[in-house]
Write a protein that binds this ligand. Structure first.
Ligand code: ATP
Ligand code: MG
Length: 363
């Protein structure tokens, strides 16, 4: 039998730094548990632009479509800020999401016991928190046309278009309901149906999918601005939240701070099941390339390590290995291991990226 295949795209900024720690984890599973992967590595984002003049080479795109799963670090950085939109690093990631048709982005917000004190909120608000935000990822205002900066009279106007078709809403609603069936059976859908046409259609279609095929699901609807407030006020009222691309981007960053740090949060982006039954899949930390700390050994590798744990669970049928890896992360945190982003005002000496990776391996 051939090994499952994994394409690693470290990308820019802290991407390569955190990915180096994941490579150690992958090697550990191979050496200690006979769990081997065909790992290949390639360029994405600014790193690809520097070599190829495009943020994602066609060959890399073809590889991504062929492998069982892609694991990505982060893209972008100030060096590329002035590039034309068509070759911006972020375009590499957007192309991957679009061509792999990764319409369902799963972002768990889970509070690790050892970090409950560290959250910006009171401990009872976050302790034991375990929610999942399902964000539509391939449509909406990040893709809608027309877009651009145009001349209008004697000034310029910047335009983006929020656009959703019924089928786009339908399939992401289904993925949220399927997920909810494996959890508490509760879904809250968020949009702005009070002020947006796309929001009206969103609410209607999500309700219809529920009424037709998921009558067992307890579905509620909430305006996204209220949702942001409720998420901070009492997040445990939610289990699965399903929302569009833009609101999902913002709400999941908000949920991230409930759990302590952006440096803790993994994500999975899934498409439709393929011939082998497995969905197209890309795993990546929620955080970006963090140019402010890149190259300093300060980055927290846990979000990327936990993204690999999600890959083990959702792409490689290796749930036991995923449990083991997550337990190792729980243990190092309980033992007091902290990178700089996980330290409060009390100070102390933080672990470097490499030291945190080593601690996880040891655990
Ligand atoms: P993007 O647009 O790619 O999402 P961003 O501008 O939202 O990027 P990030 O790169 O995610 O920003 O960084 C936001 C803040 O969080 C920065 O101060 C960064 O240093 C910090 N941060 C992000 N990831 C980590 C990490 N893994 N470890 C420590 N700090 C992090
Ligand atoms: Mg961001």
């Amino acid at each position: 039998m051939t090994n499952p295949s994994l394409l690693i795209l470290p990308g820019d900024g802290i991407g390569p730094e955190v990915m180096a720690e994941v490579r150690k984890v992958i090697d550990w599973f191979g050496a200690n548990q006979g769990l081997n992967f065909d790992v290949s590595e390639d360029l994405v984002g600014g790193a690809a632009y520097d070599v190829h003049g495009v943020p994602l080479h066609d060959d890399t795109m073809a590889k991504a479509l062929a492998v069982d799963a892609v694991l990505l670090g982060a893209v972008g950085g100030p060096k590329y800020d002035t590039l034309d939109f068509s070759v911006k690093p972020e375009r590499g990631l957007l192309r991957l999401r679009k061509e792999m048709d990764l319409f369902s982005n799963l972002r768990p917000a889970q509070c690790f016991d050892a970090l409950a004190d560290f959250s910006s909120l009171k401990k009872d608000v976050v302790a034991g928190l375990d929610i999942m935000i399902v964000r539509e990822l391939t449509s909406g205002v990040y893709f809608g046309e027309p877009r651009g900066i145009f001349e209008e009279g004697n000034e310029r106007v910047g335009i983006n278009t929020q656009r959703y078709t019924e089928s786009e809403i339908d399939r992401v609603a289904r993925s949220a309901f399927e997920l909810a069936r494996k959890r508490s059976g509760k879904v809250c859908s968020m949009e702005k149906a009070n002020v947006m046409e796309s929001g009206i259609l969103w609410r209607e279609v999500v309700q219809k999918v529920r009424d037709t095929d998921y009558p067992d699901i307890e579905l509620s609807h909430m305006y996204a601005d209220n949702g942001a407030m409720q998420l901070v006020r009492w997040p445990k009222q939610f289990d699965v939240i399903v929302t569009d691309n833009l609101f999902g981007d913002i709400l999941s960053d908000c949920a991230a701070m409930l759990t302590g740090s952006l440096g803790m949060l993994p994500s999975a982006s899934l498409g439709a099941p393929r011939a082998n039954g497995r969905p197209a899949a890309l795993y990546e930390p929620v955080h970006g390339s963090a140019p402010d700390i890149a190259g300093q050994g300060k980055a927290n590798p846990i979000a990327c390590v936990l993204s690999f744990a999600m890959a083990l669970r959702y792409s490689f049928d290796a749930g036991a290995a995923a449990d083991q890896l997550e337990a190792a992360v729980q243990k190092v945190l309980a033992d007091g291991a902290r990178t700089a982003d996980l330290m409060g005002a009390e100070g102390g000496t933080p672990l470097t990226t490499t030291q945190m990776g080593d601690a996880i391996i040891a655990a």
